[in-house]
Write a protein that binds this ligand. Structure first.
Ligand SMILES: [Ca+2]
Ligand SMILES: [Ca+2]
Length: 129
């Protein structure tokens, strides 16, 4: 994640920051960013029952692992799956995935982005409408 961010142009960094701040604020539901996540979720939900089962979970998380340059073991996947499956029914609903996405943005992506913005001396603020 960190190295990927460092390779972005200032302009791309700004765009990324904006999409992140959308996730952070109440503008997220129904936004293009969320539609993107809905699409990813829909692709992983192969039988279209609105839930991602364990067999399809890696596909859902591929982008996340790629962004961390991580090759997860089955154990890692099991652990994350358990963490995301808040109601413990053995399946991931979009709501559960959505909560996870926001948490990752808040705890992993935003701090990394923030560090890079500071390093380049770019001062952007979260926009609130
Ligand atoms: Ca499914
Ligand atoms: Ca569940």
């Amino acid at each position: 994640m960190e190295e990927d961010i460092q390779q972005l142009s200032n302009e791309d960094l700004k765009l990324l920051f904006e999409s992140f701040s959308i996730v952070r604020t109440g503008e997220y539901p129904g936004s293009e960013v969320q539609l993107g996540f809905k699409m990813l979720f829909g692709e992983a939900d192969k039988n279209s029952d609105g839930q991602v089962e364990k067999a399809d979970f890696f596909q859902l998380m591929r982008g996340y692992f790629n962004s961390k340059h991580q090759k997860p073991t089955q154990l890692d996947i099991d652990m994350i799956y358990k963490k995301i499956d808040l109601n413990n029914d053995g399946r991931i609903s979009f709501e559960e995935y959505d909560i996870f996405v926001r948490m990752i943005y808040e705890t992993e992506y935003l701090p990394a982005l923030d560090r890079e913005l500071k390093r380049r001396n770019l001062h952007l603020t979260m926009h609130n409408h």
